[in-house]
Design a protein around this ligand. Sequence first.
Ligand SMILES: [Zn+2]
Length: 509
Amino acid sequence: MRLLTIPVALALSALCTAYPQPLRQANNNVQGQQITFDSQHHPASHYNANNDNNGYARFDDQQVLRVEVSSMEELKKLETTVEDKNLDLWSNLRIGTVDVRIPSSEIDAFKAAIPFPSTVMIPNLQDLVPDQAPALNIQPASSWNYTDNSFWENYHDLATLNNFTESMVQQFPDLVTRTSMGFTHEGREVFGMTIHGSKKRQQMEALEELVEEVEELLEEASSWWSWMFDSASSSSSSKPKELKKPSEPKKHPKAIVIHGGQHAREWIGPAVVTYIAKELILGYGSNKKITRLVDQFEFTIVPVLNVDGYAYTWEHNRMWRKNRQPTSIPFCPGIDPNRNWGYKFATGGSSGNPCSDAYHGSEAFIAKEPKMIADYILKKENVVSYIDFHSYSQLWMTPFGADCSNIPKDDEDIMEAGMGAAKALKDVHGKKFAVGSVCKIIYQASGGSLDWTYAEGGVKYSYAVELRDTGRHGFMLPEDEIIPSSEETLAGVLHLANFIRKREKQWRY
Ligand SMILES: [Zn+2]
């Protein structure tokens, strides 16, 4: 087996962003060591662009501070300070509490600028971050057994998660189809699984053909009718075209699209999403509720959307959030994919500064990851629900985030389904999730996924979910919380699918 050898040194381009501090420190600790990667799992091409980023970033003496914000004026002040000082927001900006990561050298200046009440959530972040790249300690993928919960006792690197997906496709060919979304800037493939009951699939395909034939015949008959009786009338041609409505997906079967990992450091997302896939696959045929849902819906599940960023968190910087596409500033790579979706792009709650962690990119959909999911949804024409898993804060969020004066026309159903999902989730381990629009429960954020999927993608039940916890560990959620977090989230997703099945009877086969 050929091994790719990488010298460990100071990572220049990781200095680039909102994280000048950690990499200055990384230089003191790991310079001169060697890291080896299995070239089968980590093709050399992944390292070409940024080979100076070889250290694993350190966060000595960095704090995560919880700031209490009590007015819009204070919130604006905090937003400006975070932007000016290029600090790392851990939670969303809102009136209430906001978590910010601050290097020790900046704490006094920060407190002088923001003299609001605050508490230290994490006194020394480095206590929670591995000293070496976790990519170094990977158990060979072949040794995993995906049929019990042991796989979910740990977080896994991209290669291992990809191996999980490939294994599901190979082991359950009648139930699981490999679904490729596209390729990223660094050349990695984004892919996942489409899970759907095979028996129904065949019946559905036959039925769909029949329906199409009947529709064609009806269309033909109607055009003859119009030609015969309406040709003299001009009123029909001036009738305004009906706009696309989110509640009318065109094709069967109806699809539910789920992904994690739009933000790289939110490791619990991909872990929970793979667990949901496993439960749907293994539960098919043995669990009545799951069987019924998998027969009715196509579940398209992509464990990691921002694969370049995710790999970067395993190999270089645990706190990386964005993707790895170049920007106009060479030492500040990365676009925040969840500020780059094309509905009311760059209209507030995102940044035009390429060095910011919330950088929205130079134009909508210039980031490859949101573009590929948007294209997939438009092409499918059958997506009825979309869930984008993030962490942390325990929120089940609905549209809109960009347009706070607007309420979705389907708000009642979207909220009812979301509240039911949060209740089902809470019934498992008692964790409370707040439900509401991004605007209401956090703050304005434009370019987010759920706004686009609802308003442009025609997906009625569009959500963004912030998983565990509420800030005790934040992005460093301990591994023993993966299984309980997965169990409760599965209950929420199953409730949601069941709600749609019952509420939207017109969408059934
Ligand atoms: Zn996120």
